[in-house]
Design a protein around this ligand. Structure first.
Ligand code: ZN
Length: 301
């Protein structure tokens, strides 16, 4: 990684990431799909991930797949296919617990087991981690040291828009949050009516494509790469409908039929690569602590 940070805007390579989990893992639906009922539910992650793999092939684009350890255990063939098709395999934890709802010991065990499950399934080393729902923030900064202890070299787990990260103006630039070598790459955010909006997920489905294209263009014009993310279930208009409240249902299902088209548009409009290639070897990354995580590359600055 020769850092793409000083390249001309059109040459900036952004990081494309997919959080590989099933529809029932989504936190918006957790009141309906309780954990004890998960084993009996229909699995749709294989077919939905296959849709993404085909679209990426169509656009000759490779990505980072932050995958649940439980998916690697249940569907090792899927994890192998992700790697065989040229993508980076990374970890999304074991069973989609938020880091913010785990003790330090439980979190360490979780990320260690997930890393091993992914590596056993795919036969490659896993370097990266993304917390479920970007659930690392001020209150559980210790998680970065646990990730380093578990053998990860980078994380992409902070979002300035997440409630635990509220007020944490980390922008989208990398920094070292702990005492060691681990590098954190916060998810890129744009500003929408004064609020941090992550580039991807539900906001990508809800807001017009022009908002994201504009945010990414501005960031790339400053020579900075963005990180974008989506989930396999966001490509699945036929997934079961959970009997949850109107707000949660809206958040989970809004504009799913339009996702493949919007995804192709953003693949075409920008250059993309897996995390490790978009950011390269982060030799020049500055240390940072929770109190001085300075804004580095906010898309809307
Ligand atoms: Zn997730």
């Amino acid at each position: 990684m020769t850092a793409s940070t000083e390249r001309a805007p059109t040459q900036v390579v952004n990081a494309m990431s997919i959080d590989v989990e099933d529809y029932y893992h989504a936190h918006a639906l957790e009141s309906f799909y309780t954990r004890d009922g998960w084993p009996a539910l229909e699995r749709r992650v294989r077919r939905n991930t296959a849709v993404i793999l085909d679209l990426l092939d169509e656009h000759e684009t490779r990505a980072t797949f932050f995958t649940l350890g439980s998916v690697a255990i249940e569907a090792p063939d899927l994890v192998r296919e992700i790697v065989q098709r040229g993508h980076e395999l990374a970890s999304h934890g074991l069973e989609h617990y938020r880091a913010s709802e785990q003790t330090p010991a439980a979190f360490l065990a979780d990320v260690t087991t997930a890393k091993r499950a992914l590596e056993d399934a795919a036969g490659v080393e896993v370097h990266g981690y993304r917390a479920a729902s970007f659930s690392i923030g001020f209150r559980n900064w210790w998680a970065f040291d646990a990730l380093e202890e578990a053998g990860y070299s980078y994380s992409s787990s902070l979002s300035a828009g997440h409630r635990d990260g509220a007020g944490l103006d980390v922008g989208s630039g990398p920094f070292r949050p702990g005492s060691g070598r681990l590098v954190e790459y916060p998810i890129t955010t744009g500003r929408f009516f004064g609020r941090h909006v992550p580039t991807g997920g539900g906001f990508f489905r809800l807001l017009p494509r022009s908002f994201f294209h504009h945010s990414l263009r501005r960031l790339n014009a400053r020579g900075k790469p963005a990180i974008f993310y989506l989930h396999p279930w966001e490509f699945d208009p036929d997934q079961p409908r959970a009997a949850v409240g109107v707000a949660a249902r809206f958040r989970h299902h809004v504009n799913i039929p339009g996702v493949p088209r919007k995804f192709c548009d953003i693949l075409k409009a920008f250059r993309w690569a897996p995390m490790v290639e978009a950011f390269g070897e982060p030799a020049d990354v500055k240390p940072g602590r929770r109190q001085d995580a300075a804004p580095l590359a906010d898309a809307a600055e």
